[in-house]
Design a protein around this ligand. Structure first.
Ligand SMILES: Cc1cc2nc3c(=O)[nH]c(=O)nc-3n(C[C@H](O)[C@H](O)[C@H](O)COP(=O)(O)OP(=O)(O)OC[C@H]3O[C@@H](n4cnc5c(N)ncnc54)[C@H](O)[C@@H]3O)c2cc1C
Length: 413
């Protein structure tokens, strides 16, 4: 419930959205002794979850979040199988588990509970319907809860509302371009067959997931998460097609029962060009801090949340919440992630330009030259630009770059 009396003094920070990114920014700020309020429109943190929760272990570790409590981790993975639409498999076996899948509801609740322990205050069932803006400066949030409206003045508002970007647009900043969105579907299934428990499966190709890919992520309890995203067409129909018709996926999933299904878009454009305004910062999906290759937004969003917290704290310390100072946030996250975003955007464009036959030829070529061996010891899977630089000296990478160039030139004459 909201307070009956509106707060008299502005709090330091109002965070909109109690997703993982909003809660992580709140956690970091609360640890810096900032007075933080978090507004979440749902009655419970983490529900309904719309995400596969496939995260890199190194990424979590670097953020101080790994190991996670075992109740949150559904599985860990040391193998990835990439399938062409014809069913050809290029498989990478890694020396040790590099990724894990988490129960997203439990993961979100875990970060929120740490933020609450650090004395961030949560308001649930509290929908921020607009920003308080005075003279172009964001001064707080207007909140509705149980038909009651209340204003919460804040020195800085941090927008972690996810992909809708409604509040971002209220500041006059451009939202996300609809052409860079893909439409995701995520299903939890039981009764699927023949799955190596330590392998994630990735199904490539326009026939099943145009503009993205499909995935199968097994859980240790014998159920699995299956999903895909598509740039055009109905994602649910593509999922049915994958489960019934794909030469490999259908063998595993033809008799699977869907227990739960959700739909949600993913932005693949890379970060918005301006994620700050006077008294305002945007983080996570709200700022499109999502990997254009895989659609993974958790690790990069959390990384940017850490930077947002540091910059907001500094702004409050020096008493300057103007966009001129808050620009530092964009500068710092571009320094940390900009190169990787640029490389991943090129990779996404390149993959999108390939036909299903090209993809098939590419995976066969990778297998022939033994690219899997060159990748067997990787741990880094988030910072894909730096990953690429780090392995360019391997002979298999030279060959694969030459092949990619050939494909690129034939796809983009
Ligand atoms: C199908 C699918 C699969 C995915 N799989 C992965 C994956 O395997 N790995 C990965 O890293 N990423 C994945 N992602 C992306 C990942 O889900 C997002 O990047 C991540 O959830 C972003 O977190 P966030 O906190 O920014 O936004 P969200 O998780 O969307 O949280 C935003 C929160 O804000 C609340 N909110 C919104 N508006 C308001 C308002 N006005 N007032 C109050 N509260 C509000 C919402 O209720 C929500 O709780 C996937 C996405 C999709 C669609």
């Amino acid at each position: 419930m909201l307070d009956v009396q509106p707060p008299k003094e502005p709090v330091d920070i109002a965070v909109v959205g109690g997703g993982p990114i909003g809660s992580f920014v709140a956690l970091n700020l609360a640890k810096l002794n900032r007075k933080v309020l978090v507004f979440e429109e749902h009655k419970t943190i983490g529900a309904p979850a719309h995400c596969a929760g496939h995260l890199s272990i190194l990424g979590l570790r670097n953020l101080g979040l790994y190991p996670l409590p075992s109740s949150i981790i559904e599985n860990t993975f040391s193998q990835a199988n990439f399938y062409s639409p014809s069913g050809f498999c290029f498989s990478i076996k890694l020396a040790k588990p590099v990724t894990c899948s988490v129960n997203r509801e439990a993961f979100d609740k875990y970060i929120a509970s740490m933020a609450e322990t650090a004395v961030a205050r949560y308001y649930l069932n509290a929908h921020v319907h607009s920003l308080m803006i005075d003279g172009g400066i964001v001064k707080g949030v207007n909140v509705t809860c149980d038909n009651a409206h209340q204003q919460f003045p804040a020195k800085i508002v941090i927008d972690a509302e996810g992909i809708s970007c409604r509040l971002l647009r209220q500041t006059g900043l451009p939202g996300l371009a609809s052409k860079s969105l893909v439409h995701g579907v995520e299903a939890e299934v039981e009764n699927f067959k023949n799955q190596a428990l330590d392998a994630v499966e990735v199904f490539l190709g326009k026939a099943y997931a145009p503009g993205f890919y499909a995935w199968l992520i097994p859980r240790r309890d014998g159920t699995a998460k299956v999903g895909l995203a598509a740039k055009k067409g109905n994602p649910q129909l593509f999922l049915q097609k994958l489960m019934q018709k794909h030469p490999v996926a259908s063998r595993k999933l033809r008799n699977a029962r869907i227990q739960r299904i959700t739909f949600h878009p993913i932005s693949l454009s890379g970060p918005v060009s301006k994620a700050y305004a006077d008294g305002f910062l945007a983080v996570g999906d709200a700022a499109s801090q999502v990997k254009p290759t895989t659609g993974g937004g958790v690790i990069f969003g959390l990384t940017c949340a850490g930077i947002a917290a540091e910059v907001a704290d500094k702004a409050l310390r020096i008493g300057d919440v103007s966009s001129t100072f808050l620009r530092l946030y964009q500068k710092r996250f571009n320094e940390a992630l900009g190169f990787d975003f640029r490389v991943m955007l090129q990779m996404r464009r390149f993959i999108d330009s390939l036909s299903d036959e090209d993809l098939d030829a590419l995976l066969r070529f990778y297998t022939r030259i033994g690219l899997d061996k060159a990748l067997a010891n990787i741990e880094e899977v988030d910072f894909q630009g730096k990953l690429l630089l780090g392995i360019l000296n391997k002979p298999a990478m030279f060959a694969s770059m030459a092949y990619l160039l050939k494909l690129y030139l034939s796809a983009n004459p």
